[in-house]
Design a protein around this ligand. Structure first.
Ligand SMILES: Nc1ncnc2c1ncn2[C@@H]1O[C@H](COP(=O)(O)OP(=O)(O)O)[C@@H](O)[C@H]1O
Ligand SMILES: [Mg+2]
Length: 243
């Protein structure tokens, strides 16, 4: 393996992203689904985003990930004003890894090809892509499945590929939307272990929508949404207390 692909190499970001939301609201026509949401998440924090179905969790993740725009308010990810981006796809490629409840793997591509998609988009040469993706597949325990197609994998294995894909671009921020929602308890535990391990080694900032108790045990904090509002009990850590 070339030394430049080791996880601890100099190219890997030393710290996760800082997220700052101020007075973020989102309305779809007359229906407001997020009301005046403000919080700060520090680099390397693991934050659980909880709340009943329909409370706005997915909307919030999409706003932070630049897949959607707020009706008002500001969203900063490090120095980037996310709501003002003219090229949000570049921001997503360079900064964010998404993990969805359903893995969204492309059925006609192999495990390796799925995992390297963002690297193709980033123009990373084939050899480096191969090395980086094989390292990641090793991390998620699927190195021997690189040439298989998604239909040959179990649900948990597919979700591990989706995590490898989300991490391939070495994002400073991972946004996960109920990543274990479609998995059984044992498989979920394996996914959480993986995310925790990745955070421990790469200090990635993780914002994860989930009700899974395993996540709540390990999260630094819980942000709880009810009817589009952040509950006061999950009020933000003052910026001065964050490193
Ligand atoms: N594109 C959309 N158009 C209209 N309403 C939407 C749209 N997306 C989400 N909503 C509404 O916003 C609310 C929050 O949805 P969502 O963020 O998906 O909640 P959660 O992920 O917590 O279940 C729901 O009432 C949903 O119906
Ligand atoms: Mg949702």
């Amino acid at each position: 393996m070339a030394p430049t692909t080791a996880p601890e190499d100099g190219n890997h970001p030393a710290a996760g992203a800082r997220i700052v939301l101020e007075h973020v609201s989102r309305a779809y026509g007359p229906a407001t689904v997020l009301f005046d949401v403000s919080f700060t998440i520090g680099p390397g924090e693991l934050v659980a985003l909880t709340g009943p179905s329909g409370s706005g969790k997915t909307t919030l993740l999409q706003l932070i990930g630049s897949l959607d725009r707020p009706s008002s308010g500001t969203i900063r990810v490090d120095d980037t004003a996310v709501e003002c981006l003219t090229h949000p796809a570049d921001f997503r490629r360079d900064t964010v890894g998404f993990v969805f409840q359903l893995h969204h793997l492309l059925p006609h591509l192999t495990v390796e090809q799925n995992a390297e998609l963002s690297l193709v988009a980033a123009g990373i040469p084939r050899r480096e892509r191969h090395e980086r993706v094989l390292d990641l597949l090793e991390e998620v325990g699927l190195a021997d499945r690189a040439d298989d197609f998604p239909k040959q994998l179990s649900g948990g294995e597919r979700q591990r590929v989706a995590i490898a894909r989300a991490l391939a671009g070495r994002p400073r921020l991972v946004l996960a939307d109920e990543p274990t929602g479609a998995l059984d308890t044992g498989t979920s535990a394996r996914i959480w272990e993986l995310l925790l391990d990745l955070r421990a080694r790469h200090n990635t900032t993780l914002l994860v929508a989930s009700h899974d108790l395993t996540l709540l045990e390990h999260a630094d904090r819980e942000l709880r949404l009810v009817d589009g509002r952040l509950l006061p009990s999950s009020s933000p850590t003052p910026v001065s207390e964050l490193t």
